[in-house]
Design a protein around this ligand. Structure first.
Ligand SMILES: Nc1ncnc2c1ncn2[C@@H]1O[C@H](COP(=O)(O)OP(=O)(O)OP(=O)(O)O)[C@@H](O)[C@H]1O
Ligand SMILES: [Mg+2]
Length: 278
């Protein structure tokens, strides 16, 4: 805490306490996890979808990415995880700059550190919620044992149960995914992402196919987990309330460029809606 902010009279502090009092305030931002610099992305010979996008996202941030249909939000997320190759500019994630030369292994390693959640949860419908959560371990060493809860190591099953408890679905562990509601299925998808112990959550419209109550519950679950585990969260949404309520920072894309990057506490719903109508 800066000296000026301490209540104690500095004259009465012991030397060690003075050193503590003089230590600069810790920065609110952690390490830079994502750095995009002048990123251009065009599909084939088409017009660039991203046209000079520069963003840094730091550890522990919660970021909502908004913008009209076709603005390039999903393209941006795919570029971050190496599913899309940037046509120009640089993309650095966890300190590694992605390049054309990166092999599948390097990209797979990057993706192991990321927990993904998409609009369509992608659960295996005929399997239990527990098996679906275990699927978050696929791709790790010995990952084939995560295919079904019956062959998973006890320790992994316990981790999956903890993840299901975190999303308040422990009682549904044995239910088949096709017996879950849309909101519950999406929370299982969050648990599947959580079991990877990711450094970063990336979610593309995680609440888009849900009713308002289930949508809020999913976003609240996500925001609570990100806060508790100090995991960085980047999500896209068309719901301006979600952007303002569940992210501390809002970035808007329009015509391939960033047209707004601000703290959500400084914004109102109408500021954001103007982006869609301008
Ligand atoms: N694989 C692809 N090949 C060619 N064009 C693509 C591909 N993926 C996306 N596009 C085009 O890129 C543009 C941006 O798409 P993108 O899906 O990134 O937008 P978005 O902001 O996520 O939109 P939405 O809000 O509808 O999800 C669109 O014009 C889309 O047609
Ligand atoms: Mg999209």
């Amino acid at each position: 805490m800066p000296l000026s902010a301490t209540k104690a009279d500095p004259g009465k502090l012991k030397p060690a306490e003075i050193v503590d009092a003089l230590r600069p305030a810790p920065t609110a931002r952690g390490e830079c996890l994502i750095a995009l610099s002048d990123v251009v992305k065009a599909y084939g010979n088409g017009k660039p979808v991203l046209n000079g996008v520069s963003i840094s996202v730091h550890e522990g941030e919660t970021v909502a990415l908004i913008g009209p249909n076709g603005a390039g939000k999903s393209t941006l997320l795919k570029t971050l995880i190496g599913l899309n190759e940037a046509s120009a500019g640089s993309v650095t994630v966890f300190g590694d700059t992605l390049s054309r030369r990166d092999g599948r292994r390097q990209k797979a390693r990057l993706r192991q550190q990321i927990g993904f959640v998409f609009q369509h949860h992608g659960l295996v419908m005929r399997l239990s919620a527990l098996s679906n959560v275990l699927h978050g371990k696929l791709g790790q060493k010995g990952g084939w044992r995560a295919l079904h809860h019956s062959i998973a190591p006890t320790e992994w099953r316990a981790e999956a149960m903890t993840a299901l408890t975190t999303v308040r679905l422990a009682d549904k562990a044995g239910d088949r995914a096709d017996q879950l509601s849309g909101g519950q299925a999406q929370r299982v998808a969050i648990a599947r992402a959580l079991i990877r112990k990711p450094l970063l959550f990336i979610a593309d419209e995680p609440s888009a196919s849900l009713d308002p109550a289930a949508g809020h519950e999913v976003m609240q679950t996500f925001a609570d987990i990100a806060e508790k585990t100090k995991t960085t969260l980047v999500f896209t949404t068309h719901d301006m309330d979600h952007a303002l309520s569940y992210a501390r920072r809002v970035i808007a894309l329009k015509n391939g460029r960033i047209c707004l990057d601000a703290e959500s506490r400084d914004l109102r719903t109408r500021d954001l809606e103007a982006i869609f109508h301008g």
